[in-house]
Design a binder for this molecule. Structure first.
Ligand SMILES: *Cc1c(COP(=O)(O)O)cnc(C)c1O
Ligand SMILES: [Zn+2]
Length: 476
């Protein structure tokens, strides 16, 4: 797997291609083309590879050789050090800003909270990425493709983190003009502050994420701007590497469960694709189970998968039922509503790919309330990690599955913490400043009535004796 073999054996355009996920269509397109849907049938596209023509390592352990060559930015990147498994661009086109320096770590207090044996709950901290969320794993791949095809302007719609990520790739590389579309009043301030600080043209649309996505798709189509939402299949290629780093963190052992929050369902889709490829390449011997966790206020996947029994069904999804579900949603004017703003999405664009991932990974879907999310978030914080509300859905979901007996106490469980704690300080401070009779207004609006893990700030006079007396009282 030397560098010379990786780049000289075959060129990217020969071995990588885009392919429609509909079994009866399977149209293919070159990676030099730009599509956000199959031009023939409208379904999502995958990136696929002719693995026989690519230098694939014989063991995942082979990737460890790149730890020694971290002065090469491609080997430093937690995404591109696995580039042999997402070889759609030549090395010289790759856009990297050092993403993927993330870590897998256990926490006994959180394991106890979830109901797992000590040592069996691990958290993959994707908030440590340059823009503070896992989105950078995908954006490095999407911007690489944008560069490959010569795009100068890039855009996305976002609940916040996608825009922060795209904005930083624009400003850190100087390669692109960035336009981001956000719903007005919906975005957490940490995220909005990033888009502004990184200099992106930031459009606040009067509407929610689903509205913003609809608009940006049309704008990109008309103006020839490169679209970086997760309808872009290249993004998911980068997100596959989150699972590679999880395996790396486990010394290349496969865990029993991967638990991930579900919003637009790009991450869960990418994870399923990663495990299928690794299994087919003989790099792992089994596939972990996948749990996708919705917020109860944005539970389309939960309703379709668990309540209506919709399945991937070898790609023959029950589109009449799915379309009927969305038609009814429009008719009743139902909108997503949860404090976990990163997953406040009712029309997940990667729905069908996620159904496929659930099929590959013998997956389950659960929903958790905002109350459960914030309680789990406080426990994650107390356990030495920080995350934003959406991320805590993973731990809340693991706890629920443990209570149901679906997950056993002896199972090894990896929860993905998708975004950094500082993304949404209002939610954190709101929780810790509340008491049963005196709830934070924003939390109360969302039906939060208990704050069992609140760590209240203690007001004290500007007086040394009183300060000492308070500390002694609180620490004795
Ligand atoms: C985008 C995002 C999600 C949702 O991920 P999908 O791939 O859209 O399902 C969850 N948490 C955070 C912090 C996010 O930024
Ligand atoms: Zn098609």
């Amino acid at each position: 797997m030397s560098e010379t073999s990786a780049s000289s054996l075959t060129s990217h355009a020969d071995a990588a291609f885009q392919i429609c996920i509909t079994p009866s269509c399977r149209s293919t397109f070159s990676v030099d083309e730009v599509h956000v849907a199959c031009p023939k049938c409208g379904n999502l596209l995958d990136i696929d590879y002719d693995w026989n023509r690519l230098p694939v390592p014989s063991s995942l352990r082979d990737f460890e050789a790149r730890w020694a060559t971290r002065n090469n930015p491609l080997d430093f990147s937690g995404v591109w050090r696995f580039r042999d498994l997402l070889r759609f661009a030549p090395d010289k086109s790759i856009v990297t800003i050092g993403e993927g320096q993330t870590m897998l770590r256990g926490s006994s207090p959180v394991a106890k909270f979830v109901g797992l044996n000590a040592g069996n709950l691990l958290m993959q901290h994707e908030g440590l990425n340059p823009s503070g969320s896992f989105k950078d794993n995908g954006m490095t791949a999407a911007t690489t493709h944008a560069r490959l095809i010569g795009a100068r302007s890039v855009a996305c719609a976002s609940t916040g983190n996608t825009s922060a990520s795209l904005a930083i790739y624009g400003s850190a590389t100087g390669l692109f003009d960035v336009i981001v579309f956000v719903g007005s009043g919906k975005i957490a301030f940490g995220k909005l502050s990033q888009a502004l600080d990184y200099g992106a043209l930031t459009l606040q649309i009067q509407g929610d994420f689903d509205d913003a996505l609809k608009q940006v798709r049309e704008v990109c189509r008309r103006e020839g701007i490169y679209l970086c939402n997760s309808v872009n299949p290249f993004r998911l290629e980068g997100q596959k590497t989150i699972m590679l780093r999880v395996l790396e963190g486990l010394n290349w052992e496969v865990p029993d469960w991967i638990v991930v929050p579900g919003g637009n369902l790009g991450n869960s889709s990418a994870f399923g694709k990663a495990f299928l490829e690794l299994k087919e390449l003989g790099l792992i011997d089994r596939i972990p189970r996948l749990a996708v966790i919705n917020a109860a206020g944005a539970n389309t996947l939960y309703q379709l998968f668990e309540e209506q029994g919709i399945r991937w069904n070898s790609g023959e999804t029950d589109d009449v039922l799915i379309d009927g579900f969305f038609a009814k949603m429009d008719e009743e004017d139902r909108h997503a509503s949860t404090l976990a703003s990163a997953i406040e999405i009712n029309r997940p664009v990667s729905l069908r790919k996620c159904l496929r991932a659930l099929d590959i990974c013998d997956g389950v879907v659960r929903q958790v309330s905002d109350q459960e999310i914030l309680d789990a978030k406080a426990q994650i914080g107390a356990g030495g990690f920080g995350c934003e509300p959406a991320s805590a859905a993973s731990v809340a979901g693991a706890k629920l599955l443990r209570e149901e007996g679906v997950i056993a106490a002896s199972d090894r469980v990896v929860c993905i913490l998708t975004g950094h704690q500082l993304k949404d300080p209002n939610a954190t401070v709101g929780y810790h400043s509340s008491s049963p009779g005196d709830m934070d207004k924003k939390l109360a609006e969302r039906g939060i009535s208990a704050v069992q893990f609140a760590n209240l700030p203690v007001p004290v006079e500007n007086d040394l004796d009183q300060i000492l007396e308070t500390i002694r009282r609180r620490t004795s």
